[in-house]
Design a protein around this ligand. Structure first.
Ligand SMILES: [Fe+2]
Ligand SMILES: [Fe+2]
Length: 352
């Protein structure tokens, strides 16, 4: 898929390519003519788009369309005048990573890793429950993010979060071999699956709202009922159903964060810890990417603190010690919107 980035487009140029539909509505001009008003974009930016033929139906928000258009200027802003548009076809091979923020691996590959993990288990009861659970939400798992705004808020972010946690679980299991590996991995795979019914996401991985069920029950309670329903369908009874249910309901750690019971056996405790670790590391990585070295970030409300991007500077060699230490380069303008520059004093005040 070769096409110019939206951010690079200039007036009076032609554009042919695939774009993500952020908004699409049928409207009426003052003369009574119908037209389609859309916001289309890729990973670099969005542009308004108009289809003036009056017959075009608005495509679904979050879907991808192919357009042929001219880039025009209206009221000082660039705009697409769309001449042709159609849905993508299977042979088009659309590269979603160019169109929206995506997990670093392909969803099919991450889903396969989860399936391989289940296949490698020795506990048949867990295998049966997990196969039921993931087959029920396979389609949504391909694009669902792990959260609306916080960690892994990207297309296929839920798979990204789950597969990262499986890697961490492997590392922890090598340090604490007394843990039941099948149970821990099963908890990792099952813990957030009900986010696919808790949140309403479009195919770009953008969450527009929470479902009624999600708001009233949340993914922990929904998750437990899904585990039990899956066990029923698979004909599994016994302790593993209870253990997996407990891991789902306790993975937020405390009642303050939605868990009615704290983790009450070691695998449940580890699940809670690696869930928290993976979410925090993903958020911190994103903050480091948008904050220049030597600078404090804005307050990150989910972490309830500001973060500092270290310079990771080694000590100057002795011969150069008489020279004043070089200050880290700070750009005049923010490289990314949202980061705030702060000198040491104001940063310290902000931390208090
Ligand atoms: Fe969760
Ligand atoms: Fe999670």
């Amino acid at each position: 898929m070769t096409q110019p980035a939206v951010l690079s487009l200039t007036k009076d140029t032609k554009f042919t390519g695939f774009l993500m539909v952020r908004m699409a509505e049928q409207r009426q001009s003052s003369k009574g003519d119908k037209y389609l008003d859309m916001t289309l974009g890729d990973a670099t930016g969005d542009l308004n788009a108009k289809v003036w033929d009056g017959k075009a139906e608005p495509p679904q928000t979050g879907s991808v369309i192919k357009i042929r258009a001219t880039v025009q200027e209206y009221n000082g802003r660039l705009q697409f005048r769309v001449e042709q548009m159609r849905k993508p076809m299977s042979e088009d091979d659309v590269d979603m990573t160019q169109l929206t923020l995506c997990a670093p691996e392909k969803p099919e590959d991450m889903f396969q890793k989860i399936q391989d993990t289940i296949d490698a288990m020795h506990t048949e009861d867990l295998q049966k429950i997990l196969r039921e659970l993931i087959s029920a939400c396979r389609e949504k798992l391909m694009y669902y993010p792990a959260a609306q705004r916080l960690h892994h808020a990207e297309r296929s972010g839920l798979l990204h979060h789950t597969t990262s946690m499986l890697k961490t679980a492997d590392a922890i299991l090598s340090v604490y071999p007394f843990l039941n590996g099948d149970l821990l991995r099963a908890g990792v795979i099952a813990h957030d699956l009900s986010k696919t019914t808790e949140m309403l996401s479009d195919e770009s991985g953008s969450v527009r709202d929470y479902s009624t069920e999600g708001l009233l029950l949340g993914h922990l309670v929904q998750g437990v009922s899904e585990v039990r329903a899956a066990a029923d369908r698979a004909g599994v009874t016994g302790e593993y159903v209870l253990l997996l249910s407990h891991m789902v309901i306790s993975h937020h750690g405390t009642a303050e964060f939605g868990s009615p019971r704290p983790p009450m056996f070691p695998e449940a405790e580890v699940l809670h810890m690696i869930d928290d670790l993976d979410a925090k590391m993903n958020e911190m990585e994103a903050v480091m990417k948008r904050t220049p070295p030597g600078v404090f970030s804005e307050k990150i409300w989910s972490l309830d603190r500001r973060l500092y991007h270290p310079v990771y500077q080694t000590e100057e060699p002795e011969a150069e010690e008489s020279q004043p230490p070089e200050k880290p380069e700070r750009p005049e303008k923010p490289a990314f919107p949202g980061y705030r520059r702060a000198d040491a004093d104001t940063a310290y005040q902000g931390l208090l």
